[in-house]
Structures are given as structure tokens and as C-alpha cells.
Design a protein around this ligand. Structure first.
Ligand code: ADE
Length: 225
């Protein structure tokens, strides 16, 4: 898989890809992530990427031309399955979206800034708009990092134990059950006895029940989906 990220702040974006699972995935060649600085696609001396809004109003708008140049240059080299725009008014990121995107070959992610992009960018180039939640960030970069993390960990071979991504919270619309490790007794707080029984079917049943109870208590909306 290849991910091309278009941003005005590449330095803000790079560090999450330089550690832990994302770095391992990149080093192993399971995913390529490329950063494109939008200012490299400007034509004026000031490297402007934004301007004031037609019709008046506060806040700058990202201009179409540098974005067109960048996306067109990428598309000249390969086909893309999706051109995603990170924006608070997009569809809210859910595990199902990450699952779908993890099966794509090539995607572009455009990070918005200021008031956002000229509407014609959205009309002409964008195939999917994604929000990471109902709050406004200063730009799309952190959202893009969240989206990439959610996608990349699902690519086969990225997680050591391939089944572990499937047992994550949300994969079956249930939150994950409680988990424990050593010590067995921490200052009187004990691990449930059943987990030492060696009875795997009973342990599995207990985990399913716990997942259901936790979901019912914390996220009953997931049970309706
Ligand atoms: N850009 C600004 N806020 C955002 C959000 N909530 N999700 C994705 N991109 C954003």
C-alpha cells in the first residue's frame, strides 16, 4: 500500500511514522508513506497556498491551484483508489472505514488548514471526506496521522500476531473485555480466578460476556448498529 499525504506542515506529521508499529511497517516495506509540501507546488515568490474568501468573511481559504498541481503530479505517476480530505464536516472515522481503506492500493490524503479548501477542490478531486470526531483541530495533519495509524496496523503482516487486530475493540461492534497480567495479586486486587483455570472455552465465554457487559454499560449505541 502507498499513502501520499499533502500538507503545509510536513514536519508536524512525520514523527508518528518514525516510531513503533508504523515505522516497522514502513521499514518492512508493507506500506510506503510520502509527504508532499503544498508550498512546493506554488508559483509565486511568497509560496502562497491560501487567500481571502470571496464574498467576505473571516479566515483564509486554501487555493485550488497548488492542490491541483500536487494531486495531478501524483496521478500522473499512478492510479489512486481514494483522494481523502480531512475535515470536521466529513464522515466520522469508524473501524469499518479503516478496514475498507486498509485494503486499498494507493490513497492520497489532503490535510486542510485555516477555514478549509476552496469548494471546487472538494467537487473536482476529493472522493471521500473524513473527520476524526466532532471537534475542530487546527489542521488536518493530526487527523491524517490518526487515520493512517488505524489503517496501517490492519495491513496483513504489520501486527506480529495477525489475529490481534481482529480482537480489537470495535471490530465486532463490541468493546474489548478486561485484560490482566502479572502479578496475580496486586495489593489485594486480584485477577479473576477463572483465567488460571486452563479452561479455554469457559475463558472465551467469560471474555465475550464481559465485552457485552462493558459495551452495554459504556456504548449501548454500538449494540444497536
Ligand atoms: N481538521 C480540523 N478538524 C478536523 C477533524 N475533527 N477531523 C479531521 N480533520 C480535521
Amino acid at each position: 500500500m502507498r499513502i501520499d499525504i499533502i500538507t503545509v506542515l510536513p514536519e508536524l506529521l512525520k514523527s508518528p511514522f518514525d516510531a513503533s508499529i508504523l515505522k516497522r511497517a514502513i521499514d518492512a516495506g508493507l506500506v510506503e508513506v510520502h509527504f508532499h509540501n503544498l508550498r512546493d507546488y506554488t508559483t509565486d515568490n511568497y509560496k502562497s497556498i491560501d487567500d481571502t474568501q470571496f464574498g467576505g468573511g473571516a479566515g483564509m481559504v486554501m487555493m485550488i491551484e497548488p492542490i491541483d498541481k500536487c494531486i495531478s503530479a501524483l496521478k500522473a505517476d499512478r492510479d489512486y483508489d481514494e483522494v481523502i480530505y480531512m475535515t470536521p464536516d466529513g464522515e466520522t472515522l469508524k473501524q469499518g472505514i479503516a478496514n475498507q481503506l486498509s485494503m486499498k492500493e494507493n490513497i492520497i490524503i489532503l490535510c486542510g488548514h485555516y477555514k478549509g479548501v476552496d469548494q471546487r477542490v472538494r467537487d473536482l478531486f476529493i472522493t471521500r471526506e473524513i473527520s476524526i470526531g466532532d471537534y475542530v483541530l487546527s489542521g488536518g495533519e493530526l487527523g491524517a496521522a490518526v487515520l493512517c495509524d488505524a489503517i496501517i496496523r490492519l495491513i496483513p503482516g504489520v501486527l506480529g500476531n495477525e489475529t490481534s487486530a481482529l480482537t480489537d475493540s470495535f471490530q465486532d461492534n463490541l468493546l474489548a473485555p478486561p485484560i490482566y497480567t502479572k502479578p496475580r495479586d496486586y495489593k489485594g486486587s486480584k485477577v479473576p480466578e477463572l483465567l488460571f483455570s486452563g479452561n479455554l472455552p469457559e475463558i472465551e465465554k467469560w471474555r465475550e460476556e464481559q465485552a457485552y457487559l462493558r459495551t452495554k454499560a459504556r456504548r449501548p449505541d454500538l449494540l444497536d448498529e
